[in-house]
Design a binder for this molecule. Structure first.
Ligand SMILES: Nc1ncnc2c1ncn2[C@@H]1O[C@H](COP(=O)(O)OP(=O)(O)OP(=O)(O)O)[C@@H](O)[C@H]1O
Ligand SMILES: [Mg+2]
Length: 294
């Protein structure tokens, strides 16, 4: 079971006081290497006994780590972070259910979600610096470094970046999933019923499809943005044959010192892919020129 699915299951087994303690650990992790109980008491206002009761329940549900050396303290894991974000999203009535997984990548897990109006949306969980603790020696080494809290900040930052990019692109009229909400490391966006370009064997009119992507890229460039990870894996095609550009956390602005080179690589990737797989005639150079002179 994935971390998000575990979190969706555990959400029914924890109460609001458990959530309060988890939120206190989240806050404490900004300041502390490992969060000591006195900080959790300070933030929650709970007595030691009450805090221990909730910490034990969180521990039994595999949501937190307990460290005893050099001092007693607590840390939460990705499932706990998923749970906090999902809890906030559910409470804000943004989704009612977490649906099936639709994409598991190295740095993100994407799921379907269902809103109270029974609309399907896409939930992208950003996961940077994911670490597994199967090996206790590695766990000890990892806990000894400061790096262990950075996954939380990195994954939240990635979600903030991607949400910002989707907002910018949506406003600029680029064909991107409509951004709906962001909480911690999760973004909620419009669900695109389609497939990755890389999975398409033949296109009715490849030249026209390529031009549609390049027209989108003109709008992106005009808005002062470069995707930087454009490829057949980050372009979806829906049932009407429309192209959608996804996966934006790594975007840069066109005043970046390597902008020209990165733009040429992005557009070159697509033009080259079409030429090879769908026998289009446009050269990489022509495609880049087309985008820049929009
Ligand atoms: N809005 C969406 N609607 C439908 N499916 C989506 C949506 N967003 C993503 N997906 C599916 O999930 C897959 C992964 O999404 P995305 O490319 O954004 O992340 P990723 O490639 O895992 O991220 P990274 O490359 O950073 O690890 C996509 O290829 C697509 O199949
Ligand atoms: Mg991708």
């Amino acid at each position: 079971m994935s971390s998000a699915e575990k979190a969706a299951q555990i959400i029914t087994q924890v109460d609001k006081h458990d959530i309060r303690v988890l939120t206190a650990i989240e806050l404490g992790m900004i300041k502390f290497h490992v969060v000591p109980p006195r900080e959790l008491i300070r933030i929650t206002g709970f007595s030691q006994g009450r805090l221990d009761f909730h910490l034990n329940r969180l521990y039994r549900n595999d949501l937190i780590y307990r460290q005893s050396d050099p001092y007693l303290g607590y840390l939460m894991n990705y499932t706990a972070y998923d749970l906090l974000a999902l809890n906030a999203i559910v409470k804000a009535r943004l989704i009612d259910f977490l649906g099936p997984s639709i994409g598991v990548g190295k740095e993100a897990d994407v799921f379907e979600g269902v809103t109270s109006e029974e609309v399907t949306v896409a939930l992208k969980f950003h996961r940077l610096g994911r670490t597994s603790f199967r090996d206790t020696k590695r766990k000890r080494e990892y806990l000894a470094e400061r790096r262990h809290t950075s996954w939380l900040h990195q994954s939240r930052l990635a979600a903030e970046f991607e949400f910002k990019a989707l907002q910018l692109m949506y406003e600029a009229g680029v064909s991107v999933p409509k951004p709906i909400h962001q909480n911690r490391h999760i973004i909620i966006m419009e669900y695109i019923k389609g497939v990755q370009l890389s999975d398409i064997i033949s296109l009715e009119d490849p030249e026209e499809f390529l031009m549609s992507i390049l027209d989108n890229m003109r709008l992106v460039y005009k808005a002062g943005v470069i995707h930087t990870d454009l490829s057949e894996y980050n372009i979806l095609i829906d049932e009407d044959g429309r192209d959608w550009i996804i996966d934006w956390p790594q975007y840069i602005l066109t005043d970046h010192h390597n902008a020209e080179e990165i733009l040429a690589r992005d557009i070159g990737n697509v033009a080259h892919y079409f030429k090879r797989k769908h026998e289009t005639s446009m050269s990489n150079q022509e495609a880049v020129e087309y985008v820049k002179t929009g």
